[in-house]
Design a protein around this ligand. Sequence first.
Ligand SMILES: [Zn+2]
Length: 465
Amino acid sequence: MTATLTFLGAAGTVTGAKFLLETGGGRLLLECGLFQGPRELRARNWLAPPVDPRALEAVVLSHAHIDHSGYLPRLVRDGFAGPVYCSSGTADLLRIMLPDAATLQEEEADFRNRTGATTHRPAEPLFTAADADRALRRLAPVSFDTPFEPMRGVAGRLRAAGHIIGASIVQLDVGRHRLVYSGDLGRYGVPVMRDPEPVERADTLLVESTYGDRAHPADDGTPVLIQAVRRAVEQRGWLLIPAFAIGRTQELLFLLRELERRAAIPRLPVYLDSPMAVEATIVYARNADEHDEETTAIAAAGGRPFAPARLHISRRVEDSRRLNDLDGPAVVIAGSGMATGGRILHHLRRRVGDPRTTVLFAGYQAAGTRGRQLRDGASTVRIFGEILPVRATVLATDALSAHADRDEVLRWLKHFQAPPALTYCVHGEPDAAAALRDAIATQLGWRAEVAGDGATVPLEAPGAG
Ligand SMILES: [Zn+2]
């Protein structure tokens, strides 16, 4: 059977993942991601779909992050009516994330209409909450390591990637040809999630290259977390932690609990001030089969792995507001992770001018975000139109990444029993993808290329490469 693969996104960039598989049996879209980041990239979300959605038999998703799944509501709105295969953990997280993504789209359109910042009148959202709801009804969850048939002549299988709950390494057998896609690959020996599962064989391999030119810090993020909590205690102030609702928040809750247990930090009140993070934490607790041994052992002994001793949950806006009047020391974890929106902004507005406050950034801060400004030592910050002096102490760590770095990707690749005929580096900025390609060629001796944006490549018969 002749088959081809076309790179429609996440080629030369990290977002907008979409890979079109065409065989004699039909067409299938592997990933359905939204382009994010710079305006020229986001504009691609508004172009006509790169493939007629009605001509697709199915969609297969590696995981729930929006740069892998967020175009789905638009695809469904434009006529896609087939099943969307993903792990059950991914389906759980999509039920939280797609409605949230729709709300953001609707708010942005609203804002443009109110401010006149639009060339389209009226400005329309890319998709609505109703579109997200229709997309969720297409989900067809499958278990890890259980064969499924996304379309005639194609056999699928998902393996745990260890990146976030539900994240999968996707294997698609097209006749005798085996296509393997790493998805976003998790890390080795980090809290909460298991190591990425090894794969023994592929004819064509797609591997992510987000950190293809970098190595993560050797520490596990706890030294700076301890420093931040201790400073809050000494100052009798607040520790504000902007965090992504999914993955990072659960890791932080786990680490705080562990550090308390080891008596490395005192048991402070910890406020989880994000309805989305609360929902995500429930999904994390429920999908225990993806946890590492340590997390599993805590649950087996009757403990709650994501609950520091004095955890408080605030879902309602009133609960969040009440924190304004409380004295420290205390910890609040809230979105968004780069302080571009969410409830953390209210806490920053209230407390960033107070020298007793500590702010800890535990994730990547993109250029141009408020998080990046604070992290880079800005003396003032603009929040809700007010320019505020920064008197808080700002700390940061890069140790808590959910992506394998270059050495971890190579470690995963070494599990293959024979080199794939061809390996494509996807999901990386050009420098990172090229660096990973070179490392694969020199360290493993494999044939590797950077995936070309828009390029169509044949899936060659086994051994033909
Ligand atoms: Zn991801």
